[in-house]
Ligand binder design. Structure first.
Ligand code: FAD
Ligand code: SF4
Length: 519
């Protein structure tokens, strides 16, 4: 009797050494072939930043080399292969290796989940799903928790996760330090940074640099060859591409930046795009690092007395709180979540999001960083880029596409809830109880961008008025009905309504002129 031939398809964001799809491989006889595909068509499907492409392909090639060394038979389809898309590569793989059963760990993105059964059917192979172990909350568990709640509160989910995982809680499930949330201590701005942190910061060792090896250099050449018009410069590539490098990167963050992460989480600096952020999302999202190990490392640093509780709690909140929460919402609400447009926003994305040419210092600075690194930290994404998109009424689909294309950590499962929910309020408040709208005062408090800008954060109308100020009131005027009863923003609506009619008219007229200038 002939033996059943199996293979495991490792997708390019399933590179964890503990990926569930490989966990049972040693027990299967004959051992499964490991399939890995670089889809040339997929890489060109959107205008992805070159660093995103280099990271994806270089990490995949390094993982293939590790698996080969560990004794696996790897069937690898590089960018240069004649099979230029998933279907062609999968079909070739099944025929060449006479595969009967294809095992795949549940993809993180909805689109790939939908496509896989069709790809397998066309290739003539049986598909077997392996439940994903890339997240700490299963899709069913989140669905049960969400039930029929109208608004989902991250805070409630987060506390449940702390108790479930035993992270920063005592035996009775009470939070370490007597509080669940230290956000009040974690909002220091530019002035506090100047006073407290500059000297300390200047003495920190630089983040590790990993010169590209021959594998990565080859990927860089191929990305330039196959995707010449994509944004970014392969020569500037800066990220780890193996688990060993990712662990060094992570330990550097824990040793040198975690202490400052909490207090300066919201700070934005012209000359330092990263401040004390971890830059771990690109590595987490492809599996080179795992969420629980990061939370445990941070807690260990706290227990050893090396970092304060407010920083560790702030970091843990991002990893086991926000990250799990946005993934849960995505799988709860797809398909359809990306069709939401509760605020009826239809304005096209202004061209300067691609060229960086704008007189607004904050946007110009952050857009320049994004073009160079494929990265901006959370507050830059939310309160500079996203805030502008919200206030200007940018079409959510165009905003989402831009973020997915430009960011090295840009995956649909994480972008969807962040862009449609958190930033644009397009889901009508399912994931964020208020719109994250802010005037220039916020940006001025949390950054050094306004110094030297052609606009002034303090001027509300007339020459030199910051566009964020005009757009802020214009936004609340436009959506007064919707938000008047929202306790978290109703005060803004009453403030707007109390403004003299002449001032209101001037704000609306100047906002309209500014918005017209964007097209
Ligand atoms: P840190 O500030 O050091 O935070 C630590 C980790 O917490 C991150 O690495 C990330 O894994 C997790 N995290 C924190 N906040 C969130 C969040 N809101 N959602 C999910 N994870 C979170 N994150 C992505 O991983 N991919 C994206 O494509 C992405 N797009 C975003 C788009 C917008 C408009 C906004 C507002 C946020 C987006 N985020 C995304 C969330 C967050 O901004 C990034 O995870 C974070 O900035 C990555 O940088 P870091 O690793 O230095 O994070
Ligand atoms: Fe941005 Fe306005 Fe400050 Fe200029 S003044 S940097 S446009 S917030």
């Amino acid at each position: 009797m002939s033996e059943t031939r199996n293979s495991v398809w490792l997708l390019d964001d399933q590179l964890s050494p503990h990926a569930a799809s490989l966990a049972h491989a040693p027990a299967i006889s004959p051992p499964p072939v490991v399939l890995m595909i670089e889809s040339r068509q997929g890489g060109g499907f959107m205008n992805f930043h070159k660093h995103s492409l280099v990271l994806g392909y270089a990490a995949l090639r390094h993982r293939a080399a590790e698996l080969t060394q560990a004794g696996y038979q790897v069937d690898y389809y590089p960018l240069s292969a004649p099979e230029k898309n998933f279907q062609q590569a999968l079909t070739a793989h099944v025929r060449r290796n006479r595969i009967q059963i294809l095992r795949v760990m549940q993809p993180s993105d909805y689109g790939m989940s939908r496509a896989l059964p069709r790809l397998a059917r066309n290739a003539g192979v049986a598909l077997e799903w392996i439940p994903t172990n890339q997240f700490l909350t299963s899709r069913g568990e989140f669905r049960d928790w969400a039930g029929d709640q109208k608004h989902l509160l991250m805070e409630t989910h987060y506390r449940r996760m702390r108790r479930k995982l035993g992270v920063l809680v005592d035996a009775k499930g009470k939070p370490e330090g007597g509080r669940w949330n230290f956000d009040g201590e974690n909002r220091l701005g530019r002035r506090e940074y100047d006073r407290q942190n500059q000297d300390l910061f200047n003495r920190l060792p630089p983040r590790p640099v990993f010169g590209p090896d021959e594998i990565t250099r080859e990927v860089m050449r191929e990305v330039d060859r196959y995707f010449p018009g994509h944004p970014g410069n392969t020569g500037d590539f800066w990220l780890p591409v193996t688990r060993a490098q990712a662990l060094v990167w992570c330990d550097h963050f824990i040793s040198h930046h975690l202490a400052g992460f909490g207090p300066f989480e919201d700070l934005m600096l012209r000359d330092d795009p990263f401040v004390h952020h971890s830059i771990l999302s690109p590595l987490l999202n492809i599996g080179l690092l795992e969420p629980l190990e990061l939370a445990e490392k941070a807690v260990a640093a706290y227990e050893a007395g090396r970092v304060p509780l407010n920083s560790v709690e702030g970091f843990v909140r991002q990893i086991i709180g926000w990250r799990e929460f946005v993934n849960g919402i995505y799988w709860l609400k797809m398909p359809g979540y990306r069709e939401n447009n509760a605020l009826g926003a239809t304005r096209p994305l202004p061209g300067f999001f691609h060229t960086g040419r704008t007189e607004m210092n904050c946007l110009r600075t952050v857009l320049g960083q994004v073009r160079r690194f494929g990265y901006a930290h959370h507050i830059q994404r939310l309160m500079v880029l996203g805030n502008f998109m919200l206030l200007a009424g940018i079409d959510p689909k165009q905003a989402h596409r831009w973020f997915v294309e430009m960011f090295v950590d840009g995956y649909d499962w994480v972008m969807a809830a962040n862009v449609f929910g958190m930033v644009l309020h397009a889901d009508g408040g399912l994931m964020a109880t208020k719109p994250y709208a802010a005037s220039a005062a916020y940006i001025d408090r949390m950054s050094d961008y306004c110094q030297g800008c052609r606009f002034s954060p303090k001027i509300k109308t007339g020459p030199g008025a910051c566009p964020y100020n005009l757009l802020y009131w214009n936004f609340f005027a436009r959506h007064a009905e919707r938000f008047a009863k929202n306790p978290r923003v109703s005060v803004m609506i009453s403030t707007w309504r109390k403004k003299p009619a002449g001032e209101q008219a001037q704000i609306l007229e100047e906002a309209r002129t500014f918005l017209d200038s964007l097209s």
